[in-house]
Design a protein around this ligand. Sequence first.
Ligand code: GDP
Ligand code: IMO
Ligand code: MG
Length: 428
Amino acid sequence: MPGVVLIGAQWGDEGKGKATDLLGSRVDYVVKFNGGNNAGHTVVIGDEKYALHLLPSGILSPGVTPVIANGVVVDIEVLFQELDDLISRGVDVSRLLVSGSAHVIAGYHRTMDKVSERFLGKRRIGTTGRGIGPAYADKINRVGIRMWDLFDEKILAEKIEGSLDQKNHLLVKVYNRRAITVDETVEELLAYADRVKPMVADTSLILNQALDAGKNVLFEGGQATMLDVDHGTYPFVTSSNATAGGAVTGSGVGPTKISSVIGVIKAYTTRVGEGPFPTELFDEMGEYLLKTGGEFGVTTGRARRCGWYDSVIARYSSRINGITDLVVTKLDILTGIPKIPVCVAYDVDGVRYDEMPTDQTAFHHAKPIYTEFDGWTEDISGCRTFEDLPANAQAYVRSLEELSGARVSAIGVGPSRDAIIPLHDLLH
Ligand code: GDP
Ligand code: IMO
Ligand code: MG
């Protein structure tokens, strides 16, 4: 009965897309359960490179049924663009299912995202500007539009009116923008209804039936633990539950159906957007990781902030998500660095913290306490077994494992599908 959850253990962009793709041939369903087109996953298959935002990465595996579950916020125009792009490249997308309970991102959500960021000024979050936060805010405020609503024009108009009423006051009186009309939004969303209708389904029922029938279901998280609205570095987070628990609420599958949790983690750390980041590097080493690791956002093209591996965060992620297996990615990027520091604990105003501080101020003040590991110079991109790795690379991975609270089950040594060292079966 494997219901397997795969999540990011840091601040995103750990290589979740590649890790999902790795399991693609062995799973029946891949479910996106949180976030929306704020995600950016790069999957490299042979000479082909795919950038996915809203669709689960599993869509690239023939035979898999991709599912956009209820916890996702869906920009339907982006959905169609991504589908059309994949269709033009010969990918079969015909099995895609979208939950009728998933919330819809409308034009006014994108507008609100942009104007509220501008209004926040130096307190801005650095969002992706895709309307994610405002769409989730409407969901929680109970003025959201769900996929089902697209198929009843009268209900749709009523709901849009309810949702726009307060926003127009804000837009006109506070943000000095023009009001958005109900009619233009009804027109915008209705235009999608016919094409999306055949994809809309009761995905919770379908997934539970699949699990009961012994199928493999992979729940693919967008964003990551430190961007989770409850457990991340609030308020510098996204607006959904990107942690393993989000797979349950975001898909309508019970926790008893989940058999393992894969945490994807980079051999160093990156972050996009604002917010605290204790191991961030501001020197030429940071620049080196940025360039060598190709750390530019798939969604917004922004340069990612780079720093060393932080095992306080790894332990925290292991605990919050109940991680059973870690996939350590991008080990190859560390090749050639003579001494590799790893953060083992924080110094917060003279006090040592081995575990994540719970209050925002302490985390803002956290200074990393480093242990240095010897590096290696050999090219490891062709290594396919643990024993192929140079001794120092082996020791580095074993140290991360000891420090991080979960076993390492695979190691990424390059972007391509086969550039992976398997240690333990990820489907168990
Ligand atoms: P995601 O959002 O977690 O799916 O990750 P992204 O796709 O945003 O960023 C990860 C980047 O690292 C992508 O460009 C991947 O192709 C690349 N990548 C993944 N695993 C590895 C690896 O082991 N080594 C190298 N060099 N690149 C990798
Ligand atoms: P993947 O799935 C990295 C960040 C944004 C911003 C914050 C809030 O590729 O790992 P939002 O638009 O979600 O309201 O922005 O979250 N963020 C990500 N950072 N990877 C992502 O996704 C991200 N999705 C959102 O940069 O700091
Ligand atoms: Mg990404």
